[in-house]
Write a protein that binds this ligand. Structure first.
Ligand code: ZN
Length: 273
């Protein structure tokens, strides 16, 4: 049974709440960590955000996000890299050990996956030095292949490991159950990532059989079909001792009172992992 003290919440899970509201709700429910999003942090300022979180007793367990290099096209390369560096700076100001990194989908006006992948890879390589010197690990998150066109041309843990092989120090992997559960090689790839010291974050949510939206209808752990127990065991067996980070994009759950949702999250995590 999962120790509830290892549960942290990714702030997107309570997207309707401001940072002060989220911190208050998490702390009141006995949650020990938060992974904040940039827009919510910038609404109060990074320094004030850090103080607010520290005073509540929560740990900053990550930060969202850096990357999306391809989104504005090749001409915006320098701007996108600067944006990623700025996000890393904010993560450092918050005292976050890592930053979630999503590489972006196809380039605008191009159907070439090769072109998008090599562009995103080069941008990431050019960001990484800044992350290293800031002491913030980039947590490369491969997304489910259904998000290839718009969010991530990096799909699957084996690809993420291949990129990390070439990128060297300062980069790890965020394993998100919603994105990688379908992969026949997922447990072996988790073991490989662990052996290479790359397991940086573990994001959990569930895949509902009857989903209303592939982007905005994720389930609370236990609400769907993912074998979370096996994935959590694979992470633990691979040496991961970090947080179990609940990350739920869901219009349905966002509309609920946060306290009820957080109670369901804790019960779901404890019962499924
Ligand atoms: Zn995630």
């Amino acid at each position: 049974m999962l120790d509830r003290n290892r549960i942290t919440i990714n702030q997107i899970t309570t997207n309707a709440l401001s940072l002060p509201e989220a911190v208050e709700a998490y702390a009141a429910a006995g949650i020990k960590g938060i992974t904040p999003w940039r827009d919510k942090v910038e609404a109060v300022g990074a320094r004030a955000a850090r103080t607010l979180i520290e005073d509540s007793g929560l740990s900053v367990t990550g930060f969202c996000l850096a990357g999306l290099y391809t989104q504005k096209g090749k001409a915006a390369r320098a701007t996108q890299i600067d944006e990623a560096k700025r996000a890393i700076d904010i993560a450092a100001e918050l005292g976050s050990p890592s930053i979630v990194t999503v590489v972006g989908g196809l380039l605008p006006d191009s159907k070439s996956l090769d072109e998008a992948r090599s562009f995103a890879f080069d941008c990431l390589a050019d960001t990484l030095g800044h992350a290293r010197s800031s002491g913030v690990k980039m947590a490369l998150e491969p997304l489910h292949p259904m998000y290839t066109p718009d969010w991530s041309v990096l799909g699957g843990l084996s690809e993420a490991n291949a990129w990390c092989d070439k990128l060297g120090d300062g980069i790890g992997i965020a394993v998100d159950t919603y994105h990688v559960w379908w992969d026949p090689d997922v447990l072996r790839q988790i073991a490989i990532s662990g052996k290479l010291g790359r397991l940086t974050a573990f994001h959990v949510s569930d895949w509902k059989m009857e989903t209303a939206s592939l982007l905005m209808d994720r389930g609370v752990p236990g609400e769907g079909v993912i074998d979370l127990q096996s994935m959590h065991s694979a992470m633990t067996d691979a040496g991961f001792q970090g947080w179990v980070e609940v990350e739920i994009f869901s219009e349905r759950h966002w509309a609920r009172p946060a306290k009820l949702l957080i109670d369901d999250i804790v019960a779901g995590c404890v019962n499924t992992m």
